[in-house]
Design a protein around this ligand. Sequence first.
Ligand code: NAD
Length: 495
Amino acid sequence: MRITHFVDGKPWTGEPGRTGEVYDPATGTVSGHVDLASAADVDTAVAAAVRAGREWRDASLARRTSVLFAFREIVNARRDELAATITAEHGKVLSDAAGEVQRGLEIIEYACGIPSLLAGGHSENVSTGVDSYTLRQPLGVVAVISPFNFPAMVPLWFVPIAVACGNTVVLKPSEKDPSSAGLLAAWFGEAGLPDGVFNVVHGDKEAVDALLDHRDVKSVSFVGSTPVARYVYERGTAAGKRVQALGGAKNHMVVLPDADLDLAADAAVNAGFGSAGERCMAISVVVAVEPVADALVERIAARIDGLRTGDGRRGCDMGPLVTAAHLARVTSYVEAGAAAGAKAVVDGREVVADGEAGGYWLGPTLFDHVTPDMSIYTDEIFGPVLSVVRVASYDEALALVNACEYGNGTAIFTNDGGAARRYQHEVEVGMVGVNVPIPVPMAYYSFGGWKSSLFGDTHAHGREGVHFFTRGKVVTSRWLDPSHGGINLGFPTQT
Ligand code: NAD
């Protein structure tokens, strides 16, 4: 199957240049070939978006909202098709893919409220007979560049709000699981979105660089690994664009001695191994404040024992990793952890998967007695590898979390409200859970981390999303009632 760009309301029919292979991670077989855009292809997509923007920026709020409502209905009716597409290319189990679609739907629903979200302020008589009011206007053509791990949800973090605000979009999804983006573009068209308002170009660094350098692209919303996020931020802002670049993560879950250990163990397993650890909000480090470590590790290990790894279409708990290269990388961390002296309580390399032999399998892996100098602690692994670090006190736990390069998400497990309140106040992380392991904000709040987990100052969706995709303007107006003020060269002051 050939997976093409989607430009100006239709699938691309031009000859492919470079292409990339797309795999089914549960079988290890090639399921399609995706076109990889050249700079000239990107130029064609941006030109379509520029043309479409001339009309779309003036579309009434009622028209934009009706398109979004229709799009919401289509995605909702076809959620199973979208989830199946995600599983076939990403590998996450079907129920998890359905959860991804649900979170994406919630952003579409949020964007349906755009008339209220764009309402500005108005002050009458800022000076006698003079009024002031605010407008928020679209930027123009905006680019969205998304990672492999949420091929539908991450594009939906941005595209519905950008479109609702009157922008036109060029999306460059991950080349590892590109098909979901094409479905979303086609369905938006069915919902009544005019041709060229939402375009998809597939590709790799060449396409990304073309977007970053294009003079008609006014903003870039990027989600991916930290080195690429930093690069996108620096190159995009140097080219004068507004950029929000969300990067990698290393999320800690602190367990205090008074915590409910069964709840904490459930949470560690769900957040550590859901989606095979390929989530930017996955828990990868459990910080056990003594004396709980032995009892907690025992509970986590017992739960891992009951997990079934295998093909996401067979009702398993955990699917394969996304590619053979990623499997090799994650496995190398398991080897490094063992070599560095961490205790492998559960070794995922020994898993017997319910799937084809060619699938990219690694079972849940649990390391105890991990220390902060080990690479399994310092690096984002992005796989089903959970590390337990033992500390003596709350202060030691906090210092560990705050010393981390990343600041995406964190959680504290405790029954002490005062300790939880202190943690949420003191921790240097953007999203905090209290007895909640994956504190992903709802659509009407904003999503984003601190430190090397986000470059730029604007988080995704919620009010910050609307702010990112619009420019503010203040109008000061006087309609002549005949009291002309006459000539006055002084700076305007109120009278
Ligand atoms: P990635 O950085 O490899 O790729 C992300 C996007 O950038 C893709 O579209 C890819 O084609 C493009 N890209 C890759 N290398 C590039 C380069 N050298 N120059 C220009 N563009 C390039 O990330 P990934 O492996 O697809 O996704 C996993 C990463 O994303 C993890 O680090 C994860 O933590 C992060 N992530 C973060 C969040 C968040 O909200 N902070 C959410 C999801 C994923």
